[in-house]
Design a protein. Structure first.
Length: 451
């Protein structure tokens, strides 16, 4: 019985290697050692694994690795082109150089309706150039992210860093977003038409213009009324804005004027033409220029003709008083009634007392009535006749160059020298002078008739 010299396992007849450990037994008669089949397999496998790689396979593998490295490098390079820092750098260069073409690549105007012309963007870049220090201080810190906003000292939001589209669906792009301003417009008169760029809007109480891109531009205001055409232009300085609102006030050289008159029913005339409106119905007249190009006067129609005030030019004032120096018919009638009544009472008093001085102040010293009245006072007194005024009424009057012709109905109780008293009625007509100071005096007794 034989055993394996390597592991001691019993060796069967005809076995060329140990079934336990694979050890080969020596071949009988020639002293050669026969290899264990399993060892042959292992060796064969090792020989196969150590077989040299073909040139083609090597090229394929190297190409794959190189391609992966190139793609990775390209990815990193492309990603570096779309960082916030790159966007900010391009933005600052565009602002510094006022480069409209580059600015349109990096600035987003999505917050605005419509598109801007190149000259408008150029003006906007000039505006931004004044905020370079604020832009640098806001965007210069490391790790700046979307949402970072440049602001000035007046709470105005100038620009903002925002996310854009993804390039190729992989790379996050960034934009500098332009932020809109608003213009609040008001004026010292109503009905102004405001012109901003190519648009026209009516300004009543106030007006807000939205989606404004700041820059060097102007706002125009026009007014066209019945008596004046006015215009004003305001240069827009967005450095004066607060919280993205710029207030503009049009101060037209046209004002509302308060017009007064001592006759409310008189009609207002402008530069000689009737407005058709009573002075009493006009609270604020205008707007009109106050440079003297507008003249006002008032007229009033009476039975005696047209009364007119003096013409006044409107020069740097908000108040015009159109005063009638002539009396109205009502005032004239009242004044004549009062004067004639006083005259009759004074005349009767003079006759009863035999004292002409009681009535002389009512008479024109150069008129016929002066002498006639003086003689009549003396005559009546010497006759012993006394009179008492019952009533006096002005029935009509007519205006003359010197004053008036006044008609009266006058009633007296006359006591004769025998003591008999009778009531007598007269219809009389007088020439009455009106003096420069407005005082009245009897010039002539034109007629008198007993009724």
């Amino acid at each position: 019985m034989k055993f394996c010299k390597n592991c001691g396992t019993e060796r069967k007849s005809g076995q060329k290697f140990c079934i336990s450990c694979g050890h080969s037994y020596e071949a009988a008669g020639n002293g050669t050692t026969e290899q264990n089949p399993s060892s042959d397999i292992g060796r064969h496998t090792a020989e196969v694994s150590r077989k040299p790689m073909s040139k083609r396979n090597k090229i394929v593998i190297l190409s794959a690795v190189a391609t992966a490295l190139i793609l990775f490098s390209a990815h990193k390079f492309i990603a570096s082109l779309y960082t916030p820092e790159k966007t900010i750098e391009a933005f600052e260069q565009a602002v510094k150089g006022k480069n409209v073409k580059e600015a349109k690549k990096v600035i987003s105007f999505d917050q605005f309706e419509g598109k801007f012309k190149d000259e408008e963007i150029n003006s906007y870049l000039a505006y931004l150039k004044g905020y370079q220090s604020e832009i640098s201080s806001t965007f210069s810190f490391e790790g700046v992210t979307a949402g970072a906003t440049v602001m000035d000292g007046s709470s105005n939001e100038i620009v903002k860093l925002v996310k854009g589209d993804k390039k190729f669906g992989l790379y996050q792009q960034y934009k500098i977003e332009a932020l809109p301003f608003e213009i609040g417009v008001s004026a010292n008169i109503d009905g102004v038409e405001v012109v901003y760029k190519d648009s026209k809007q009516k300004l009543n109480d106030d007006l807000t213009i939205r989606d404004v891109l700041p820059g060097e531009t102007e706002l125009e205001g026009n007014y066209k009324g019945d008596y004046a055409s006015l215009e004003d232009t305001e240069q827009l300085n967005f450095n004066d804005a607060y919280a993205n609102m710029l207030d503009i006030y049009f101060d037209f050289e046209g004002e509302y004027v308060d017009v007064y008159s001592n006759i409310d029913d008189s009609i207002l005339f402008v530069n000689g033409k009737s407005t058709g409106k009573k002075v009493a119905d006009i609270y604020d007249f205008g707007p009109i220029p106050t440079d003297g190009s507008i003249s006002l006067h008032a007229e009033y129609e009476t039975k005696d003709g047209t009364m007119k005030t003096a013409t006044q030019k409107v020069i740097n004032t908000d108040y015009i008083d159109l005063e009638f120096t002539e009396d109205t018919p009502e005032e004239t009638e009242e004044a004549l009634n009062s004067f004639m009544e006083n005259y009759y009472y004074a005349s009767v008093l003079a006759m009863n007392a035999g004292e002409f001085s009681y009535v002389s102040d009512y008479l024109d010293p150069n008129g016929k009535a002066y002498t006639e009245s003086k003689d009549y006072v003396k005559y009546i007194y010497e006759k012993g006749i006394t009179e008492e005024v019952v009533s006096v009424k002005v029935t009509d009057y007519e205006k003359t160059d010197d004053g008036y012709v006044v008609d009266t109905n006058d009633v007296y109780d006359i006591t004769s020298e025998d003591g008999t008293t009778t009531r007598q009625k007269f219809k009389s007509s007088y020439k009455v002078n009106k003096l420069e100071d407005g005082m009245l005096e009897i010039n002539e007794l034109v007629s008198t008739e007993k009724q």
